[in-house]
Design a protein around this ligand. Structure first.
Ligand SMILES: *Cc1c(COP(=O)(O)O)cnc(C)c1O
Length: 414
């Protein structure tokens, strides 16, 4: 087949939202009406019902005994964290600021865990005072926690975050294996565990996180098996029985052409086997998986309005009122190696098929400010609403909102 005959890869269908009278529906509300209700563009909208559905689907596909945690750095909007806190079994935070949001949202301290490199003493003190689980990432943290426990009279609850000796194959972002700033190298963990015991910290278990944005069920299962084996080996050096075993997550969602939704069935079967093994190997341990984008990413859209339509040397540019300043990931500048288009549509012209090839660009004075590069779109003009799908995770909070001094986006939970 020649290059020109090969079928172009397409985006996975974005059929999670309904459509009526040409308008995308968010929580049943037509997009134009929602924009009026919000009072401005650009905005992010997250569909509350979709969050519930996603968690329910996971509960059906995975064994009941597996605990589901929400890694809130994916989307820290307080109202959304409030909804998630009522749906999942725990919240994973990565800073003192996130800890506050999780506690405000009503998450039980028992069910909160705190991971991240370079936790400051004030953050560790907040965590110990709140009674949340701290995932230790260095020897320094052991010593700080020992001194904070002595000072406050509360024994720090700890797990050890392990930098595994393997990587999550095929993941978009590797966060374990090789030299990393995350966790403690697997080979150094026994010595650190001895120190945890000497310091009198309350040891609860292990946290392993190999990587993120993986669409291969097989690679995820493999990483979970390897994480389990590693934790089991390390448990032999632990000062107390393992009660908490966080096997990480890494479940991806389809962003780019050619990507397909993850198949949960093999993951559920694999976790079932691991639970069975754990009941003999580490009978006190509860198995946890922590998910960020998989829980919230597909439930969110970013909406901007077309300000100008320009033609430059034959190419159509739709200039919208927000771009990489609000949505760095969709612009391709948040960890992507090669820029690819997120799924994008004209949200008030959903019933007209694609009739033009156009690029959607933001208002910033940089060529990096691209939301869609030469995509097939409905014919759009100033006033129309451009929707970027798969925007519920790593959107507003992961973008340089001050850059060029435009107003920020509003976030709504519908
Ligand atoms: C970022 C992060 C997550 C969430 O990753 P997603 O790809 O959003 O699922 C989970 N655990 C840890 C430790 C993280 O740093």
């Amino acid at each position: 087949m020649s290059l020109s005959e090969r079928p172009l890869p397409v985006h996975a269908p974005m059929n999670q939202f309904g459509v009526a009278a040409g308008q995308l529906l968010v929580g049943g509300i037509p997009l134009e009406r929602l924009a009026a209700r919000v009072g401005q563009t650009p905005f992010y909208a997250y569909d509350r019902q979709m969050l519930k559905t996603r968690v329910a689907e996971l509960r059906t596909a995975l064994p009941q005994a597996v605990k589901l945690h929400y890694a809130m750095k994916a989307n820290p909007m307080p109202a959304l964290v409030g909804v998630m806190a009522g749906l999942v079994d725990g919240i994973d935070v990565a800073s003192g600021g996130e800890l506050k949001v999780a506690l405000d949202a009503g998450a039980a301290p028992r069910e909160i865990s705190f991971a991240g490199p370079g936790k400051r003493r004030t953050e560790l003190t907040q965590a110990v005072a709140a009674g949340v689980l701290v995932n230790i990432e260095s020897l320094r943290e052991v010593h700080e926690l020992a001194s904070i426990s002595a000072e406050t009279g509360c024994a720090a609850r700890v797990a050890v975050r392990v930098n595994p000796d393997f990587e999550l194959k095929g993941s978009g972002m590797k966060m374990g294996g090789g030299p990393k700033q995350f966790g403690v190298d697997a080979e150094a963990v026994p010595e650190l565990l001895a120190e945890v015991g000497r310091a009198g910290l309350s040891f609860e278990g292990f946290h392993l996180f190999a990587g993120s944005q993986n669409l291969s069920a097989q690679s995820i299962c493999e990483a979970q098996r390897q994480s389990y084996e590693l934790a089991l080996r390390l448990a032999a050096s632990a000062p107390a029985p393992v009660r908490f075993l966080n096997l990480g997550g890494g479940f991806g969602i389809p962003y780019f052409p050619g990507e397909r939704r993850l198949d949960l069935t093999p993951i559920g079967e694999n976790l079932e086997k691991l639970l069975h093994r754990a009941s003999a190997d580490m009978p006190a341990a509860e198995l946890v998986i922590e998910l960020g984008r998989y829980l919230v990413g597909e439930a969110g859209i970013y909406v901007s309005r077309v300000v100008d339509r320009k033609i430059s040397r034959g190419q159509i540019f739709l200039v919208v009122d927000g771009g990489l300043n609000h949505h760095l990931s969709a612009s391709g500048n948040f960890g992507q190696v090669i820029r690819k288009n997120y799924p994008v549509a004209i949200g008030n012209r959903m019933e007209s098929g694609p009739t033009i090839t156009a690029s959607v660009v933001g208002p910033l004075c940089t060529p990096l400010d691209v939301l869609a590069d030469r995509m097939q779109l409905a014919d759009a003009c100033p006033g129309d609403l451009v929707v970027v799908f798969q925007s519920g995770a790593y959107g507003a909070s992961a973008s340089p909102q001050q850059f060029l001094g435009h107003p920020g986006p509003i976030e709504v939970l519908v």
